[in-house]
Design a protein around this ligand. Structure first.
Ligand code: AVI
Length: 319
């Protein structure tokens, strides 16, 4: 793979010590929590890919439909021959739609999951030999040095999948401000945003019948056992996901089915039956709500594309 002349991989993967520190702090907190970024090792990324294939999980196929259906218009808005930066490079299909429409000079995917990134980014380098692919494995929720991009390059940041919804209201402005800096004057941000809708539809999307989301949620426990040597019983915890209408978010928790404990690095955390760990929020926005949020950090909305059922939106923003 490394023989591909147009492919580079930069490894800024967070250390296991960071994972341990954050898990210990999160389990000691009230309520207990673990950040959703820790779902994504190789197994977690594959489970997430599997979620996107579930009939109940509408965001991915709806966003792909928008990118395909409006490809020409989107490319006109974004501009061609850009440096295309992708945050949390998820499904290959989406970026391939954009690469076909935009024909960028270079592609810079950023993702926390090293093996998944290597696999998908090298596949892109192989299939698009005219595009220079510089992949970085990194926790992009924290600022980090991007690989150098020529100052005169036109920058397009692609942030698909409504991953922005996994950020708390207290953090999302900082994230968008940082992204605005990456986009820079003349650049564009293309961002996918999941919309508020019938709670039953949301509930189904995060409680698929095949149990893939449940396995994805439980993967963080498996990671704690294998990477941190935690003593725990994965089968003592159950997936619990629901729509919190007041806060406009899906919440995911791992709930103890019986009294149990987790031991890590000499510390023991006891759980009574029904006690949980909050593992993810997925905020849903109205189109206008997201526009106002983006405007509050200096973005100007140029265009928004929505599907006919108003399930999902894709926003083109400039600074
Ligand atoms: C990555 N992120 C946008 C997904 C979401 O829908 O919030 C993660 C996910 N969690 C459960 N299912 C999918």
């Amino acid at each position: 793979m490394s023989a591909l002349p147009n492919f580079e991989l930069h490894d800024l993967k967070p250390a296991v010590a960071d994972f341990r520190r954050e898990v210990l702090a999160g389990l000691a907190a009230t309520p207990r929590r673990i950040a959703p970024k820790f779902f994504y090792d190789a197994a977690g990324s594959h489970l997430f890919d599997a979620i996107t294939q579930q009939p109940e999980y509408y965001p991915t196929r709806t966003e792909i439909g928008l990118l395909r259906g409006h490809g020409v218009e989107i490319a006109e808005r974004l501009g061609r021959q850009a440096a295309l930066i992708e945050l949390g490079s998820g499904s290959d299909i989406k970026i391939r739609c954009l690469l076909d429409a935009l024909r960028p000079a270079e592609y810079l995917p950023l993702d926390i999951s090293l093996d998944h990134l290597r696999e998908s980014a090298s596949g892109i380098a192989r299939d698009y030999p005219q595009v220079r692919v510089r992949a970085t494995c990194v926790d992009y929720t924290r600022e980090f040095p991007l690989p150098p991009i020529a100052p005169e390059a036109h920058r397009v940041v692609f942030y698909p999948g409504s991953s922005v919804g996994n950020f708390e209201p207290s953090d999302v402005r900082d994230l968008l401000r940082w992204v605005a800096g990456m986009v820079g004057p003349g650049g564009r941000l293309l961002i996918g945003v999941d919309l508020k809708k019938d709670p039953a539809r949301l509930h189904a999307a995060y409680n698929d019948a095949a149990g893939v989301t449940a396995a994805f949620n439980g993967n963080v426990l498996t990671r704690m056992a294998t990477e941190l040597g935690a003593k725990l019983k994965v089968e003592d915890f159950a997936h619990h996901a629901f729509y919190n209408e007041a806060l406009g978010r899906i919440e995911m928790h791992l709930r103890a089915l019986r009294a149990t404990s987790i031991e890590i690095a000499g510390q023991r955390f006891d759980f009574a039956e029904g006690e949980g760990i909050h593992t993810e929020n997925s905020y849903k926005y109205c189109e206008e709500e997201f526009g106002a949020l983006a405007a509050s950090v200096g973005f100007v909305t140029e265009q928004v594309w929505c599907d006919a059922d108003r399930l999902f939106s894709v926003h083109c923003l400039r600074v």
